[in-house]
Design a protein around this ligand. Structure first.
Ligand code: FMN
Length: 308
């Protein structure tokens, strides 16, 4: 099944403002949706289920009267250690969410319930085996986590990963990792993705929940300052080297992911290779406007290229 036409008609760019622990909340999601970009936040960023209910109310109120706004796509961590999973799904269903993105595991535990409520499920995956499992579990679309993505990352090359998945899957594909501007966004489509994620590019924005020192560090960092480690969350993740080197807290073992670590209030300075494209802090609407202009420029440049 391709991306539903009623969803794409509400997009001004083929873009999702990616869910980010400690960064994305209702304000960032609303600005994204109002500017034609799919808005998202991880449900665990809301302190508890009651706060999640309030956030979804707040977003619903902001969206009312804007039927053309892009959809909201909350993110559920579906790992077995997430004790809030069932209660969060109840909230998303009660609020009539159209699209959910699952991460850290197979979407199997939530697919049936969300489909019964008419909600699409996209699953993030970092390997071909995980992509296969997610589709067998009933995922409608895939988010391909590739090398250099902010937060939990994959290690596959984006060119190879998208093309390998496209050999077997014609449904919605989202490319995640390294998209910092409109040129990269157009390249993602040229590869065969329907949409792309942009996470790091939204950390240093007015609507971000990230503290000022983290935002400033993102603005001043380049991709040479990004380190991949499993020692903070138990899964491979990209973080800023300056933050990693300043940590004295005990590190965790590879593979030891625990959902509760996402909600312990500790700010982890995550960023991906696309940090090289962040040069100043501004509003999320300015980021989207800039990407839209670059995307048009990139398309025009391509159209002027001779066909070889
Ligand atoms: C600070 C930060 C926190 C993140 N937290 C989550 C999360 O809670 N859930 C999730 O599915 N992905 C999370 N991610 C990954 C993003 O959704 C996305 O895959 C990534 O940002 C894409 O790469 P980019 O940063 O180069 O745009 C996080 C990324 C960052 C930078």
């Amino acid at each position: 099944m391709p991306l539903p036409a009623d969803l794409t008609a509400r997009l001004s760019l083929p873009l999702i403002a990616a869910p980010m622990t400690g960064v994305s909340g209702p304000e960032l999601a609303v600005v994204a949706c109002r500017n034609g970009v799919i808005g998202s936040f991880p449900t665990h960023n809301a302190a508890n289920v009651e706060v999640l209910d309030e956030w979804l109310d707040q977003i619903g109120t902001a969206q009312s009267g804007h039927p053309d706004a892009a959809p909201l796509a909350p993110n559920l961590v579906v790992h077995r250690t997430n004790e809030r999973l069932a209660a969060d799904v109840d909230q998303l269903v009660a609020h009539g969410v159209e699209l959910v993105i699952t991460s850290v595991g197979s979407p199997e535990p939530v697919v049936e319930r969300l489909h019964a409520a008419g909600c699409l499920v996209f699953a993030d995956v970092a390997t071909l085996r995980h992509a296969q499992r997610a589709l067998e579990a009933g995922a409608d679309g895939l988010v391909l986590l590739t090398a250099g993505a902010g937060g939990q990352t994959g290690s596959a090359n984006p060119f190879a990963f998208v093309r390998a998945v496209r050999e077997h899957f014609t449904g919605p594909l989202v490319l995640a990792g390294g998209i910092s501007d409109g040129h990269a966004l157009l390249a993602a489509e040229a590869l065969g993705a329907d949409l792309a994620y942009m996470g790091t590019g939204f950390i240093a924005t007015t609507e971000s929940l990230a503290p000022e020192d983290y935002q400033a560090a993102v603005v001043s960092a380049s991709l040479d300052d990004v380190r991949q480690t499993e020692q903070v969350g138990g899964l491979p993740a990209n973080l800023l080297a300056a933050w990693l080197e300043s940590q004295r807290a005990p590190m965790v073992s590879a593979g030891d992911f625990q959902a509760e670590r996402l909600t312990n209030g500790r700010t982890v300075w995550s960023a991906g290779h696309s940090v090289s494209g962040v040069h100043y802090a501004c509003s999320a609407a300015e980021v989207i406007d800039r990407v839209r202009l670059q995307y048009r420029d990139a398309r025009n440049q391509l159209l002027e290229m001779p066909c070889r």
